[in-house]
Design a protein around this ligand. Structure first.
Ligand code: DON
Length: 564
């Protein structure tokens, strides 16, 4: 009897421990039929479940997104926004913009004091940092136009269940929840869900308030979010936290389908995000510039290739600062920026032996803001080779840190992506001008670069990444790694990265990117170099020999590829 009791208790103990273990994600997979890559195993698995139930890539992307809003609250969201590229099996591609908008009461000088100086932190923390959220409207618009599963609630319920039952948090989530505790407390002193003495890996995070909100969205769609009690709670909390969002702002929010940027690169076609992202234009410019040089012959991470890429990046990011913004408000010269003759002219002063200094036009040097940041990306391919590339964000980790009371979700701090004042950098060190000045209902400029690459009219690659200003160059490098440097998807994603964004005038690089000789040559040419911890967390799928190769990024231990 005693023995039996011991066996029963032991099995119970093993079972409960098992429940709290965070299952190890897989970051590399080859499969035949369909695939989802995201920042969390539970999210990728949900996407695959939806595909197996007959859903298409858009259905899977929607369900994966909602689960990320539960299991990856630092970036997965319903209080933020995103951008996506959808390519249907017949080869048609669309861009969907569900970027946040500036509130109706916003104006150009929103973050300036009486003497015209930017008030530090105001666009990043608290209610005034919050843009009108676009995620729920965007996911619904994508499903309405492209979804295959008839019942919308099926795509939201997996998230409801996870929020209700809870899930074991990963080490990196525990680390971040602890790190931002004081910020959570500042804006949400009574919150019991996210604030705890000390989070540990494997702790169960239950979110009953978020479950309630998601259940409402499952039942009524966006109306449950943009009108009624949730909308009222958003307005109340934003107002209490110093912000200006109104019920009218929420009611007026619309996701927008747009024409993607389509650029040829060698035998490939690159399809990416138009304004209000700078991603597609900048990526297109970079690819077009390097296509005129023998980078394949020069080789991966050699002086010649790196110097060329960096010099191209400087010019492209200078253009970004001047000309890019929401094209519904500012005439962004997309065609000119991508024009071959313009780009040739832009590189006319390129010196293969010398770095061109950046500070001729914009004076001054500055440091990037120290706060760590996070966004997230989902890549999906379904059995018909329909593909979705979707990047979504709250901007910083947990956005503005403001949680909507009673409804359990974080609000973004996307307003920091506007240019608060010409030439004054945001948290990514990015500067802007009139094109990206604040105006009511305008969308703030993004660097998010959800991208799909095709070859001979067939799907070739789906990719994207978080990383603020380094998003564009991370996508750029991953594409070159596969096309020019013959890497498989996994190696292309893990490869070390570097980045130059015009200002500050230095090459950011990850440890061990360059060997000593290359470093010396770069310095000799006049480049300044600065080592950073990491940049980009790419999630990508490559179609090769009829199979799908998926890769998560080891820079985020939680990245996970699922497929069948
Ligand atoms: O839209 C943008 O460009 C930024 N809000 C993205 C922020 C981001 O990638 C932060 N994460 N790493």
């Amino acid at each position: 009897m005693q023995k039996l009791f011991l066996i029963v208790s032991l099995s119970f103990l093993i079972f409960s421990c098992k429940q709290n273990t965070v299952q190890k994600p897989q970051q590399h997979l080859v499969s035949d039929t369909a695939m989802v890559v995201s920042a969390n195993r539970l999210a990728s698995k949900t996407g695959i479940d939806i595909l197996k139930q007959g859903g298409n890539a858009v259905d899977a992307m929607v369900a994966t997104n909602f689960v990320l809003s539960v299991v990856y609250p630092r970036a997965g969201n319903i209080g933020g926004g995103g951008l996506m590229i959808i390519r249907t099996p017949d080869g048609k591609a669309t861009a969907l913009d569900y970027r946040e908008t500036a509130p109706l009461k916003a104006h150009k000088d929103l973050y300036l004091d009486e003497s015209g100086q930017v008030i530090e932190g105001l666009s990043r923390n608290g209610g005034l940092a919050v843009g009108v959220p676009g995620t729920v409207a965007g996911l619904y618009a994508a499903w309405q136009k492209y979804g295959h599963i008839k019942d919308w609630s099926k795509l939201v319920m997996p998230a409801v269940e996870l929020a209700e039952k809870g899930f074991a948090i990963s080490e990196s989530e525990a680390h971040r929840l602890n790190k931002y505790k004081d910020d959570f407390l500042k804006w949400n002193p009574d919150n019991k869900t996210f604030i705890k003495d000390h989070w540990l890996k494997g702790d169960i995070l239950k979110q009953p308030a978020l479950a309630k909100t998601l259940r409402m969205i499952a039942g009524k769609g966006p109306e449950a979010f943009y009108e009624g009690p949730v909308a009222q709670a958003i307005v109340d909390k934003v107002t209490k936290s110093g912000g200006i969002i109104t019920l009218e702002d929420l009611k007026k929010y619309k996701a927008k389908f747009r024409n993607p940027i389509v650029v040829p690169y060698k035998d490939y076609t690159v399809i990416s995000m138009p304004p209000p992202s700078s991603g597609g234009v900048a990526l297109g410019q970079l690819l077009k510039i390097v296509s005129h040089y023998p980078v394949k012959k020069w080789g991966f991470h050699t002086y010649k290739t790196t110097h060329l890429m960096v010099e191209a990046e400087k010019r492209v990011y200078a253009d970004r600062a001047e000309y890019l913004g929401d094209s519904d408000f500012y005439p962004v010269p997309v065609d000119t920026l991508l024009d071959d003759a313009y780009l040739e002219h832009r590189m006319a002063d390129f010196d293969p032996l010398k770095a061109t200094p950046s500070d001729r036009i914009f004076a001054g040097e500055f440091e990037l803001h120290k706060e760590s940041f996070e966004t997230t990306h989902i890549s999906v391919v379904d059995k018909n080779r329909m593909a979705v590339s979707c990047t979504t964000t709250l901007n910083s980790n947990y956005g503005s840190k403001v949680i909507v009371d009673g409804y359990g979700f974080f609000l973004n701090n996307e307003m920091d992506d506007f240019s608060a004042k010409p030439g004054v950098p945001n948290q990514f060190g990015l500067i802007g001008a009139e094109a990206n000045a604040i105006a009511p209902q305008k969308r703030m400029l993004s660097s998010m670069t959800p991208t799909i690459v095709t070859k001979d009219g067939q799907l070739f690659m789906v990719l994207g990444t978080p990383g603020g200003s380094t998003i564009i160059t991370s996508v750029f490098q991953t594409i070159l790694n596969v096309i020019d440097f013959d890497m498989n998807m996994y190696d292309a994603v893990q490869a070390k990265r570097f980045h130059h964004q015009f200002l500050p005038d230095y090459i950011m690089y990850e440890k061990k990117t360059f060997d000593k000789a290359v470093m010396d040559s770069l310095k000799q040419a006049g480049h300044k170099l600065k080592q950073v911890k990491y940049m980009g967390i790419v999630k990508a799928i490559l179609v090769k020999d009829g199979k799908l190769e998926g890769a998560g990024d080891s820079r985020n231990k939680d990245d996970d590829v699922e497929g069948y």
